[in-house]
Design a protein around this ligand. Sequence first.
Ligand code: SF4
Length: 362
Amino acid sequence: MNSCPPGRRKFFRKLASLTCAGIMPAHVLEALYDATGHGNISDNHMGSQNSSKTAAFEPGYLELHRRGELRVRAEILWEMMSTCRLCPRECEQDRLRGQKGDYCNATSQLQVSSYNPHFGEERPLVGRNGSGTIFFTNCALLCVFCINWEISQGGAGRNVNIRRLANMMLELQRIGCHNINVVTPTHYAPHILFALDDAASRGLKLPVAYNTSGYERLEILHLLDGVIDIYLADFKYFDAGMADKYSPGAESYPEMARTAVIEMNRQVGVADPSANRGILQKGLIIRHLVMPNNVGGTGDLMKWIAANLPLNTYINLMSQYTPYFKAHEYPEIARRLTVGEYQNAVRAAYAAGLTNLDIQGA
Ligand code: SF4
């Protein structure tokens, strides 16, 4: 590995640390090294900034597919399911032997709730033909107010194999969707990469949007570097106590989400739809659901973003909070947002210096 250029050496050091930590078997690291031809991984996959202004956009996973690296990364993620640490819960269940995750309730059997063109996402994702959304069953964050609780915590969905998932991606492309939008992907990251590898070999060329709760581990994001073109990351809470209360046991959420969005920005940069006639091909979108009684810590969160990410980071300030699921058991979140609360959130974002806000009703 000494012949690697510095960027590649850094990547392999990262992978070696996963091996030392027992996350990745040594043979998988060796396979990755061999498959990439002495670290034949371009440095632009190791932290490239936004290049969406280039004339001919190509999603990052295509190059990884051609090099055989996409499949190797999928295998690395797959192995991790044997003592699962795909998400920050790190419950270490052996999903490969049929155990269910302590929080996500998922085995290694892929489950999908639905797939379709979706017109309710941000405008740069929807365009004319919709965002090609694939909703995965289960979620490890367990929010008590989840609007999709039947899917995320109720198990709604059906078993599908990886070939079928790849076919869904191709079908969404065929009907004109502008991207493949994988919703709640974290616990099925290995399956998604295998499916992308398959679909890439059969003509998939849409950008992939990783639509996540924001509760992500840095090591997993490193393995997604260059695979994911668009990150759609929730940033729900700024305060650990709030996270612990409303997403039970997830007191690490704010820390994980802070680290995650910094890494996502490093990988894909600021979302700039103007580079492609208003359709986003690459970049980070942060979604913050403004909640009653400032449960999300909006003001502090906006200040933190302004201090740690570009001021023109695309931020969707969402006003649609509705007390679904178990929210009625918590008086402070058992109502909708008031107009005044939402206006305060918008003021806080502008006061922090943020310039690229997606504001509802604007
Ligand atoms: S993804 Fe599921 S099984 Fe894996 S660590 Fe998280 S909760 Fe546990």
